[in-house]
Each structure stands twice: as structure tokens, then as C-alpha cells.
Design a protein around this ligand. Structure first.
Ligand code: PLP
Length: 436
């Protein structure tokens, strides 16, 4: 990994240098004081807070002994591999597709993605054309910065990752289309289309249309992994809308390329919710064939209590407004600290998300690792530098993902005081020509 070049100092006048040195001293003193507090704060993972989870305490007991599903089957017994019909209907509404194209299985969408990619390599996404046989080296296009676990999954399964820049409206589609046309080994494109992890970007209609049509340019077993993890995770009352990728792909004749994923992990209970995927019969049948050897079906009791609790998408949206009321002050706190401390100091830029779980910070090139190390020394854990990039490598060493949801507001307030102090100190030291 290369270090970005350090800005030279000759342009600094003596007075400017003195002012910068004084500022660095003040920031160092502030950090020394924080260190005396022996803090252990954590802004690493995008987890819901206890207050959000408390919103769902009445989920426990909602069944009140009534385990009968709408089709008369008993949720306590073995049943359909795909999930119970009422849950599939709810998942279908979430994904904006037909219930016949949905499979509700397990508690983790990441697990569904892992299995999908593993089985596509070994058996083919259609159950007939394994990527491992078709490609010299299967490759995925990875919008960056992106979700670290998508990238870890690819690395583990030996899929080569090609970074694609994210723009304010989604992945740079000129780059995506060029790669697909030039490289016959490309088999996947990762997408987090709403409030993308970590940039908060919602893909524009034009980008979604181009993604939906990629199947016309790509190999027949190319797939878009449409991880719509944050579809209803709005922070405002006027959220951006996301075009329906499956409808667009159906219109373009490319529906088999679209594999949608979602879960209630950040709606109901993280790790104890419902995960689901949506795809055409070609993909779903192949997936189901493998799944049928692996399990006798999902936890239908949990599915039933979720549907009884939320009922429909209106129920989910009403619940998510309560999440937003808890999360909004945390995002406001995070952004206020950034604005106040760094707004006029050219020490970085950051996203102002309308939803999702993250704030994406870009420091000066070559400073992210140093800021993160300094924060760690001062008692604030941040996601490792480069985590949002394939192979953990941020070529600019500039990006830092901030996850403000889990901490309490006082903890977040303190963590952000420390973060902005570290970010400014590293920027000031750079301006002074320091190389650390
Ligand atoms: N997809 C994205 C984009 C996420 O950010 C996360 C969690 O942070 C997940 C998937 C994980 O979802 P699940 O808990 O359903 O596996």
C-alpha cells in the first residue's frame, strides 16, 4: 500500500506555520485530556441500538398460542421450504416483486448471498452453468466504497473483485458497462441501491435502468446482486424513491439477471429477523434445489409472529418512523460535529445521508489510517481503514466509515468530539509537513 504524498510546506508563510503549530498543540492537548478519561467507545459496526430493539419487545408473545398460518398449516411443524405464504407476501411487497418469486429463509440475508454465490460458482445460478466451469476467473464488479462483507465473501470464495467508483447517483455505469463488454469473466455486480452502505447514495432512475439492462451486454449467467438492505430505513419524511429494478429488467427481457435480497435485521431484531431473496423461477428453482438438501425449512414460527406483528408494508413503515425518531438525533449529532469542527478547515468531506446506517467520511489522501490509529489510542474504535474496499485496500487511504447508530447519544457525542479532533490534528500535521 502506498502512502499519498505529503503536501509541501513552502507555501505556508511563517505566520501560517505558527498558527498551524499552535492549533496542533491545542488539539494534542485536547486528545491528551480525552485519553485521561480511559474511554472505550465504538463506532465500528452498523448495529441497531438497544432503544431500537426495545421498540419490538411486544413481538415476544404476539402469537399468544395461535400457530396456525393462513393456509391452515401449523407453523410449529415442518412446512414449505420457501417460507409461509403470508411472510412471502410481505417480503414480496418489500422487494417490489411477485410473491411467487420470493423465498423467505433464515435470519440473515448475508447468508443467502453467500450461498447464492457459492452455489453459482459450483452449480451455476441457473443450476446448469457453473461459473467455475465457464470462467477462467470469475469476477465481480464492486462499487466503492461499499459493504465490507460483500467483499470479504468474494475474497473467501476466490472471486476477483474489480472496484467501480460510486457517484452521487450510484455506480459509475460507464465503467460498469465497459468492464462487462471488455471482460467475459464478469459474473456479478454488487448493489446496495438504497442508502448504500456506506455512502448513503440512492441509485437514480437512470442508473437503475442501466443496471436492469446489463443482461443485454453480459454473459448469460451474469447476475446483479441487488442487496436492498435499507429499503425502508428513511431518516426524513420525504425519502428518495428507488426505481423497481425487476420491473425494468422484465421490460428489458433481462429479468433472470436480477437477484434481490433483503431482511428485517434492522427493522425487527438483528440476527433474529427474517431474510429473503427474490428472483425469477430460473434462479429460484436452482437455489431451492440446493436448499432442499440443506434444510427442511425456515423458522416459520418467527415468520408468523413477524407477519402478525407488522401485518403489511404500512405496518413496517409506521415502525420505521419510530426507528427514525431514535436515529435522527444521532445523525444530526454526527454531522454537527463534522460541520462545526471541520467545516471550514479543508480536512475532509462527508456524506449527509437521508437514511441508512452510515456517514461516509473522506479525509485528505493518505490520512485515514493515521486518523483511525489516533482515535483508537484515544479510546474510539472505528472500522479499519480500507474496509469499504475490495481486499481492504483504499488506494487513497482517505475513507472512513462512521456508524453512529449503536452508541447512546452521550457516547456518540464524545466519540465524535474525539474523531473530529483526530481528523483535524492529522490534517494540520500534514499541512505542517509531518509524515505520520
Ligand atoms: N447488506 C448490507 C448492505 C448491510 O449493511 C448489512 C448489515 O450491515 C447486511 C446486508 C446484513 O444483513 P443480514 O443481517 O440480513 O445478514
Amino acid at each position: 500500500m502506498t502512502e499519498a504524498s505529503t503536501p509541501s510546506t513552502p507555501a505556508n508563510t511563517q505566520a501560517q506555520s505558527d498558527a498551524l503549530r499552535a492549533r496542533a498543540d491545542a488539539l494534542e492537548t485536547a486528545l491528551a485530556r480525552f485519553r485521561e478519561e480511559d474511554l472505550a467507545l465504538d463506532l465500528t459496526r452498523g448495529k441497531p441500538s438497544a432503544a431500537q430493539l426495545d421498540l419490538l419487545n411486544t413481538l415476544d408473545g404476539v402469537l399468544a398460542g395461535n400457530f396456525l398460518c393462513e393456509n391452515g398449516s401449523d407453523a410449529r411443524n415442518y412446512g414449505p421450504l420457501d417460507g409461509i405464504p403470508e411472510m412471502k407476501r410481505l417480503c414480496a411487497s418489500y422487494l417490489g416483486i411477485d410473491p411467487s418469486e420470493v423465498l423467505a429463509d433464515g435470519n440473515s440475508s448475508l447468508q443467502l448471498m453467500y450461498q447464492f454465490v457459492l452455489w453459482a460458482l459450483r452449480f451455476g445460478p441457473d443450476g446448469q452453468h457453473p461459473w467455475a466451469d465457464e470462467c477462467r476467473q470469475a469476477k465481480f464488479l464492486c462499487p466503492v466504497p461499499g459493504y465490507d462483507r460483500h467483499f470479504a465473501l468474494c475474497e473467501e470464495l476466490g472471486i476477483e473483485m474489480i472496484p467501480v467508483p460510486m457517484t452521487n447517483s450510484g455506480p459509475d455505469m460507464d465503467v460498469v458497462e465497459r468492464h462487462i463488454e471488455e471482460d467475459p469473466d464478469i459474473r456479478g455486480l454488487w448493489c446496495v441501491p438504497k442508502y448504500s452502505n456506506p455512502t448513503g447514495v440512492t441509485y437514480s432512475d437512470a442508473v437503475v435502468s442501466r443496471i436492469a439492462a446489463l443482461g443485454k451486454r453480459a454473459a448469460p449467467t451474469f447476475r446483479v446482486l441487488w442487496d436492498n438492505a435499507y429499503a425502508v430505513h428513511d431518516l426524513t419524511d420525504a425519502p428518495p424513491s428507488l426505481a423497481n429494478v425487476m420491473d425494468l429488467a422484465k421490460a428489458a427481457g433481462t429479468a433472470d439477471t436480477i437477484i434481490c435480497f433483503g431482511s428485517t435485521s434492522k427493522i425487527s431484531l438483528a440476527g433474529a429477523g427474517i431474510a429473503f431473496m427474490g428472483a425469477t423461477a430460473v434462479n429460484l428453482d436452482a437455489y431451492r434445489d440446493r436448499l432442499s438438501l440443506m434444510t427442511l425449512g425456515p423458522d416459520k414460527v418467527n415468520q408468523l409472529r413477524h407477519v402478525r406483528y407488522f401485518k403489511d408494508m404500512d405496518g413496517i413503515r409506521a415502525h420505521m418512523r419510530k426507528h427514525a425518531d431514535i436515529l435522527r438525533p444521532k445523525f444530526v449529532c454526527t454531522l454537527e460535529h463534522l460541520d462545526r469542527a471541520l467545516g471550514n478547515r479543508a480536512a475532509g468531506t462527508w456524506s449527509v445521508p437521508e437514511g441508512g446506517y452510515f456517514v461516509s467520511f473522506n479525509g485528505l489522501p493518505g490520512t485515514a489510517r493515521r486518523i483511525i490509529a489516533l482515535a483508537a489510542e484515544t479510546g474510539v474504535a472505528l472500522t479499519p481503514a480500507g474496509a469499504a474496499f475490495p481486499y481492504g485496500y483504499d488506494p487513497d487511504d482517505a475513507h472512513i466509515r462512521l456508524a453512529p447508530t449503536f452508541a447512546t447519544l452521550p457516547e456518540l457525542d464524545k466519540a465524535m468530539q474525539i474523531f473530529v479532533t483526530c481528523a483535524e490534528l492529522v490534517a494540520v500535521r500534514r499541512q505542517l509537513g509531518a509524515n505520520d
